[in-house]
Write a protein that binds this ligand. Structure first.
Ligand SMILES: C[S@@+](CC[C@H](N)C(=O)[O-])C[C@H]1O[C@@H](n2cnc3c(N)ncnc32)[C@H](O)[C@@H]1O
Length: 222
């Protein structure tokens, strides 16, 4: 399969946080911050698609990792994250890298991977591809903190409307390939990760999950 197309968040970068707050209030941030204190001291952490970087000071306030790789394909988002980090007095080593999961080096491994509102930008096939790549980089017993939108099998009208609006909007502005939420449950199951904890926000429309990579690799599924 060809690598997923990279969405372009440069145009929206100056107003992304304000827009997200306008629609979801504090819910998106609260959800992303909810499980940060589970990051083990001294951990190597990968933040994929962290956007403007507000999550970094929060992460470093709630945990004490040794190294954080902040991997972001938008130059404008990455610059914002750099600027924000420059104003903190954190102990951890933080590397800002322009790129996607495809920019991970084969030997790079992490104790914790964060995917905050990033996998929803991709089709199920693309998301699975990315998740397999991320799973390779996650160490056995490693934690995956995944935060994203979530719907039940019969979502209320307002959730359908918000999803429809977001996919149209980001399709136009950021050229994302997806048109609906990937089936996260099934995709995590495919790569052999189980949910350990979860918490819901914004009337269950946002879910924060903690998944853990087993020590033994899962049996192969087609
Ligand atoms: C919807 S925004 C969410 C930003 C941030 N996580 C937040 O919740 O405020 C998605 C972010 O993922 C980044 N992104 C898109 N594709 C990516 C990829 N393949 N790998 C890493 N980041 C990606 C975008 O540049 C953008 O900053």
């Amino acid at each position: 399969m060809p690598p997923p197309s990279v969405p372009d968040f440069n145009l929206i970068a100056p107003v992304y946080d304000a827009l997200a707050q306008l629609v979801y209030g504090k819910a998106q941030k609260e959800a992303q911050a909810h499980f940060l204190s589970l990051i083990p001291t001294g951990a190597r952490v990968l933040v994929l698609g962290g956007g403007s970087g507000w999550v970094l000071p929060e992460l470093l306030r709630k945990s004490a990792p040794a190294y954080v790789l902040y991997l972001e394909p938008s130059t404008n988002m990455l610059q914002k994250a750099r600027n924000r980090f420059a104003q903190t007095s954190a102990q951890a080593e933080v590397e800002f890298r322009l790129g996607t999961e495809a920019s991970l080096l084969p030997q790079e491994t992490f104790h914790v991977v964060l995917t905050p509102f990033v996998l929803d930008l991709f089709t199920p096939e693309e998301a699975l591809d990315m998740m397999q790549r991320l799973s390779l980089a996650l160490l056995p017993n490693g934690l995956w903190l995944h935060t994203d939108f979530h719907t039940s099998s019969a979502p209320p009208f307002w959730q359908k409307l918000l999803l429809w609006g977001m996919y149209r909007f980001f399709g136009l502005v950021s050229h994302i390939s997806a048109e609906r939420l990937p089936p996260f449950e099934a995709l995590f199951q495919k790569i052999g990760l189980k949910t350990q904890q979860e918490a819901f926000f914004f009337k269950n429309f946002i879910r924060a999950q903690v998944l853990q990579k087993p020590v033994m690799p899962p049996a192969r599924t087609k």
